[in-house]
Write a protein that binds this ligand. Structure first.
Ligand SMILES: Cc1cc2nc3c(=O)[nH]c(=O)nc-3n(C[C@H](O)[C@H](O)[C@H](O)COP(=O)(O)O)c2cc1C
Length: 414
């Protein structure tokens, strides 16, 4: 659906109650820059640099709606005491003229870096392969009481994000986290109205989104990150992705960020390339995480080997573009100004990038000035290993992060 009158990626865009100065969005990518579940000064620097570098909006990754919703101990956990640090973070981004979104989420049974008490919650009961590394071996199916509690936790997290100065919330419904454990047939084996057909599987995530929208929708844009497909046999298909998108449009989502793949079953699909197992193993071993390193190595041996292809979700995302009438953000292998322009010409409203902006937070300004036409990211996926590192996520081709900044709470007076 190429258009000759498409806006440029540098034009403003309105998403619900929010107007962005341009259409480049930094994708939520685990920064590993928090302490005791609160942001550090490293996180403030990271997002300030992205805002100063020209993005329209930056996304703070993986902000758990509950203590047991974290997958790693170095993630933010939303509660009132985190507000002063969030305000410092959001103010720093606003001072540079960008907007800031909070990716709110719950890991459910995908808890890889910490032991949670009792069984982890999920859509269905049973053995939990993702929990093996830390002893979260069994999961239990959520009942109505659990659903009401998790819905309230998402609402509270969105309200706290508003209080903390965020402009948007992004509910994570992809990649294998709790809400995706409902959407994906790989994990949802329910026989009630929350399982079975694609319409039923999205019912609980859509209910959570509608509740968040009712609570904060007048003040904040309410986004959801979804899978266009799981990319694996018996996983959610492109047709399921269309059903998911339509249900979330009906529930009131202001924009969908279109991703794909699952953390356990299909990371290659999510990243359009294989993980850098060598660097991940090195970083994990440095942190004493030998078992995790071994398990990741074992998982890697069963992966298909694939070569990175730019714009790797385009075919799938086009199907969703054709099916719904709401703002959509293209994500997945956008690496150049031409890719951003193509995304808009194809009818997407924004272009979302992770690795290129980890490599160079000033990429958007450089694309605008013509200093560069494409990202210098070589898709080595070395950055992914550093979500396990105490200094936080960084591009292995850049100078390392200052580890001290990651030991100081964002709101600390120095
Ligand atoms: C280091 C790293 C950490 C990531 N962590 C998250 C995360 O916490 N939440 C999320 O939704 N996606 C996460 N992702 C996936 C990205 O948001 C994005 O979907 C993926 O990298 C594809 O976009 P890209 O081709 O622009 O990198 C992460 C990606 C990277 C590289």
């Amino acid at each position: 659906m190429a258009s000759t009158t498409a806006p440029t990626p540098f034009d403003p865009v309105t998403i619900g109650p929010l107007t962005l100065r341009n259409r480049f969005i930094k994708s939520g990518a685990n920064e590993a820059m928090c302490l005791d579940g609160k942001p550090t000064k490293a996180l403030v620097k990271h997002h300030r640099d992205l805002a100063a570098g020209g993005v329209g909006m930056t996304t703070v990754a993986y902000m758990a709606v509950a203590k047991v919703g974290r997958t790693l101990p170095n993630q933010i956990w939303m509660r009132p005491e985190v507000i002063p640090d969030l305000r410092v973070l959001t103010q720093a981004v606003h001072d540079e003229g960008a907007a800031i979104s909070a990716q709110i989420t719950h890991g459910g049974s995908f808890v890889t870096g910490m032991k949670v008490p009792g069984r982890t919650i999920s859509s269905s009961s049973g053995f939990n392969p993702a929990g093996l590394m830390k002893g979260n071996i069994l999961q239990r199916a959520m009942n109505e009481e659990d659903m009401a509690r998790v819905e309230a936790e998402f609402v509270q997290a969105a309200e706290l994000a508003r209080e903390g100065g965020f402009d948007a919330v992004e509910l994570h419904m992809g990649h294998g986290y709790l809400l995706n454990q409902f959407i994906s047939p790989l994990s949802n084996r329910r026989t009630d109205e929350y399982g079975g057909s694609a319409e039923n599987r999205v019912r609980f995530p859509a209910r959570v989104l509608a509740a968040v929208k009712r609570a904060v929708g007048e003040d904040m844009a309410v986004l959801a990150k979804i899978n266009v497909a799981d990319g694996t046999r018996r996983g959610a298909t492109a047709e399921d992705g269309v059903v998911t998108a339509a249900a979330l449009q009906a529930a009131g989502a202001d924009m969908l960020v279109l991703s794909g793949g699952r953390n356990v079953e299909s990371t290659w699909f999510m990243f359009g390339s294989n993980m850098n197992r060598e660097i991940i193993a090195r970083v994990l071993k440095q942190q004493g995480e030998w078992i995790t390193a071994l398990m990741m190595k074992a998982a890697a041996s069963s992966e298909p080997k694939i070569d990175f292809k730019p714009m790797y979700f385009l075919e799938y995302s086009r199907k969703i573009r054709a099916a719904v009438d709401m703002p959509l953000a293209y994500l997945g292998g956008a690496r150049s100004l031409a890719h951003a322009e193509q995304s808009l010409a194809e009818g997407f409203d924004c272009v979302v990038m992770a690795r290129p902006l980890i490599h160079d937070p000033a990429l958007v300004n450089k694309l605008r000035s013509g200093e560069v036409t494409e990202s210098g990211c070589d898709n080595c996926n070395g950055c992914v290993a550093y979500i396990y590192h105490p200094a936080g996520t960084w591009c292995v081709h850049n100078p390392p992060n200052d580890p001290v900044l990651n030991t100081i709470p964002a709101a600390a007076v120095q």
